[in-house]
Design a binder for this molecule. Sequence first.
Ligand SMILES: *Cc1c(COP(=O)(O)O)cnc(C)c1O
Length: 484
Amino acid sequence: MSQPRSQQKNVATDTRLRRLPSVSALLEMRDASVLVERYGRVALTHAIRAVIAEARNSLREDAAEPPDACTLLERATALLEREEHTSLQPVFNLTGTILHTNLGRALLAEAAISAAVASMRDSVTLEYDLEQGSRGERDEHVRALLCELTDAEDAAVVNNNAAAVLLCLNSLALGREAIVSRGELIEIGGTFRMPEIMARAGATMVEVGTTNRTHIRDYRDALNAHSAVILKVHTSNYRIQGFTAEVTAAELAVLARESGVPLMHDLGSGNLIDLSRYGLKSEQTVREAVVQGAQLVSFSGDKLLGGPQAGIIVGDRALIERIRQNPLRRALRIDKIRLAALEATLKIYRNPERLVERLPTVKFLSRTRSEIEIQARQLRAAVGKALGDGFSVELCDCSSEVGSGALPLETLPSAGLAIRARIGSASGAVEGLARALRRLSRPIIGRIHEGRLLLDLRCLADADGLLKSLAELPSAWTAQPPNQ
Ligand SMILES: *Cc1c(COP(=O)(O)O)cnc(C)c1O
């Protein structure tokens, strides 16, 4: 009696599946012992199981012959090698955004890197007072420096600026009212939204004014016995333009003094130096915000400051002390590695004349268009050669951005390379190239604009490294053809 076709097919599949080598057979192969030595038996067994499962699935899908033991072990090796790759990969940031939040914001100064490494390798005096031989205070390592650089009375440091804002509001306004202008209800990066932070801090948000216009009388009218803080927020990633009115921090400071309700100023980026010397619009510095009379000023460590992720709070001694006593502070504290990096970064600011050479963020900010163009000219031919005949590479003008919500409307004239697919190339060739560049062992991240891949060279510190990476391209292309 003849079987139905589908059953015949099942029998054939079962036969092929049975011919797949077993996990133990693969583990007993001679080459496996080298892999056990290198990756450990557990990881190897795991990888072998994964490749066998994959082979079993594809045997069910098509009528191919089962892979032999050697092939499977090779696949397991490749899988183990892929898993060895760091997930948090160093890349070339050629996006033109200096402080790219998704690419880790500021690059640290060498002094900060060394300090961070040293703090990892040894026990450190994180909360230890060497003089007294007793428990010390984490903030102590940067407190004097921050006071010196900002003219504030006291300073505290936490995990990031979002934590700083949360902690300040919770310390000052738990169960009470926080007054803020409707024009300053910011959202940053999707999850930091002022109304929600207020709610989580346990403060009742009292909105005053309108989206485009807020007046000092709006704040004054909102003040009452439950008022705990007046909050001024830097509108970091947007500008309200047109028919507008904003109350300055200096005016609010006067109201704060009169009413006895403290003013907190969330500066966001918080630069310690005047940026106009680098051709940027002059933004208020932290020192200016302190001098204007805000009782608390908060800002990030890894935006324009150019340090590690951190949230810095400076201001009035009594208020900072209250913040230190808040039990939430423990949950929001900074670790020793970043604290070490922050201390080293702040020390660089004691000698502003040498910032450009020492602090990568300031170095990138201060590079001129013509300087970058010279670099682009030097690289153009070599990049063109590495990309092959399918693409043309030209010099182009770029507009860099500071990023991370600092100076949202400002652009810095820059230069770079524009890569275009030559006539006759497959459609999607530029996207394919961008993908191939992201798959290099040190990925190159550019930006596609109007059909061209733009590489803004403002943040390129290692041109030789870039060319070395590009040299991998032919193999990367064969491994992952661009039209896939
Ligand atoms: C960036 C920013 C924050 C959040 O700072 P993080 O360091 O990203 O936590 C808060 N407030 C303002 C105004 C900002 O610009």
